[in-house]
Design a protein around this ligand. Structure first.
Ligand SMILES: Nc1nc2c(ncn2[C@@H]2O[C@H](COP(=O)(O)OP(=O)(O)OP(=O)(O)O)[C@@H](O)[C@H]2O)c(=O)[nH]1
Ligand SMILES: [Mg+2]
Length: 461
């Protein structure tokens, strides 16, 4: 009997989240399961008489559509290194495309495109919907003025007080110092993100974080096209400076932000990774910052369709003055990552899931109400179970702690039932461990709930 495939189902997935949220590890593990699916390690869908459905990998394909210009996600390199070390931080948006079959599908092939974005670029997304003056106003009024960020931004805000002489150099220096403080205190507002990660991939994160070193950093695409947010008063006090920064901003937005948004809007599924453990290990301010950025991200993506369906998107967009700009993103998976780092009982009691939902549920509900055809689900996932449980002591974990050679037993914080009213660095600790991917690359790593998210994304349930 012929196995001819008449139909094609296309899954286009963007993996998003702040830096170090676990996007690249997640993407590597996801592709590992697709390339070498073993239903005994990752059970998908419902079993029939023939057994559970199996993914049969066919072949890699070059990225297509708006992702054509992106470099290919280096799966082979990451997977081969993963049994020894975590992947390097991502320096450029990358895409991976492949084709697979399903044992329970007759005439249909599936194509998967995955896009992995460097977390730093997250901070630039508010630019997508704003002019220079609107972006500046948003930063000054919503971010800089917030109680959480006043200390970090004081020097910069004061630079515009009456009587102060300002010029491009002094303003850029003061703004860069603000960005250093943001970065060192884990506030996710380091924008323009080229300050940490230049467009060409040069990464300044280590020297900025460790030594507060701003030499060689760029607030823009090049030395001559740097910019910083300016209060509207500067339009009067220093119109030439305002015009110079506005021009550089428009250039940055056109060259860096818009192309990224256009790739993100061409997908039909989005996975947003939230590292709840880092937020708890950080501070209330860090969580507030990430929540605000998630709000911005969904505003830019506008997931779902207008209530009139696909063809109504354009009409609704114009009738609402661009307020609704449905992208056709049909599925939104919101994921608390690194679930292996939390205690087994906390995971089983859904504490991690509840923290995730209470942080972002309201934002996602808003989008579900606004749009039609948007399905939202929440998951707690570990792409790799690198932190393990102990059978005899449920209050500790075991794993190879970062920078050590051998496995040890260590203490980790218990998750709170609710987000505390306030917390700071040191109140919670979820130690980092070395990765645990099998040396045999045909075996995907042990995981937590990768099956659930793949069921959701790939229509297995
Ligand atoms: N225990 C555990 N740690 C993880 C897991 N996934 C990621 N990590 C940790 O998180 C770090 C960052 O993971 P990445 O996947 O590189 O993060 P990313 O979101 O791609 O980061 P950027 O490329 O900087 O945006 C890793 O170096 C690990 O320390 C996981 O499943 N379990
Ligand atoms: Mg990455």
């Amino acid at each position: 009997m012929s196995n001819a495939k008449l139909f094609r189902k296309s899954y286009r997935v963007a993996v998003l989240g702040g830096f170090q949220a676990g996007k690249t590890v997640f993407t590597t593990a996801l592709l590992n399961h697709i390339k070498h699916h073993d239903p005994s390690r990752l059970k998908l869908g419902k079993a029939s008489k023939a057994g559970p459905p199996v993914i049969v990998f066919d072949r890699d394909l070059p990225p297509y559509g708006r992702a054509t210009a992106l470099p290919t996600f280096p799966y082979a390199e990451y997977r081969s290194a993963a049994s020894k070390r975590w992947p390097q931080k991502t320096k450029a948006t990358a895409a991976y495309r492949c084709r697979f079959f399903r044992s329970d599908w007759g005439a249909t092939t599936a194509e998967l495109l995955v896009v992995d974005v460097p977390g730093e670029r997250y901070a630039d997304l508010p630019m997508a919907t704003r002019s220079f003056s609107q972006w500046s106003e948003w930063l000054f009024d919503t971010v800089f003025a917030a109680k959480d960020n006043r200390t970090q931004t004081e020097e910069y805000r004061k630079a515009f007080e009456t009587g102060q002489q300002i010029n491009a150099d002094s303003i850029l220096k003061a703004y860069k110092n603000t960005l250093v403080r943001f970065y060192q205190s884990f506030r996710p507002f380091v924008t323009p993100s080229t300050f940490i990660l230049q467009e060409n991939g040069v990464f300044h994160g280590v020297s900025v974080f460790r030594d507060s070193d701003i030499s060689g950093t760029l607030c823009g695409l090049s030395e001559d096209t740097q910019f910083a947010p300016l209060p509207s008063s500067v339009k009067v006090t220093a119109p030439a400076l305002y015009g110079q920064f506005e021009k550089a901003y428009n250039n940055y937005r056109r060259q860096l932000v818009k192309p990224l948004c256009s790739v993100l809007k061409s997908v039909n599924q989005v996975i947003v990774l939230v590292d709840v453990t880092s937020l708890l290990a950080g501070s209330t301010a860090m969580k507030n910052g990430y929540r605000l950025l998630l709000e911005e991200l969904l505003e830019v993506l506008s997931p779902g369709y207008s209530t009139l369906g696909w063809w109504g998107n354009a009409l609704t967009t114009s009738l609402t003055g661009g307020h609704f700009d449905g992208s056709g993103i049909e599925k939104l998976a919101v994921v608390a990552t690194k679930a292996d780092k939390v205690l087994k009982a906390d995971l089983e009691d859904d504490k991690l899931l509840n923290l995730l939902k209470s942080m972002v549920g309201g934002i996602c509900d808003r989008h579900r109400q606004r749009a039609s055809g948007l399905s939202v689900q929440y998951f707690t996932v570990a792409a790799t179970k690198s932190a393990r449980n102990l059978t005899q002591d449920s209050t500790k974990k075991r794993g190879v702690l970062d920078g050590t050679a051998n496995e040890s037993v260590y203490e980790t914080s218990s998750l709170p039932d609710h987000w505390p009213a306030t917390w700071g660095e040191g109140n919670f600790s979820f130690p980092d461990v070395e990765p645990c991917f099998p040396d045999d690359e045909q075996q995907a790593p042990d995981h937590i709930h990768m099956d659930q998210i793949m069921n959701f994304l790939l229509d297995f349930s």
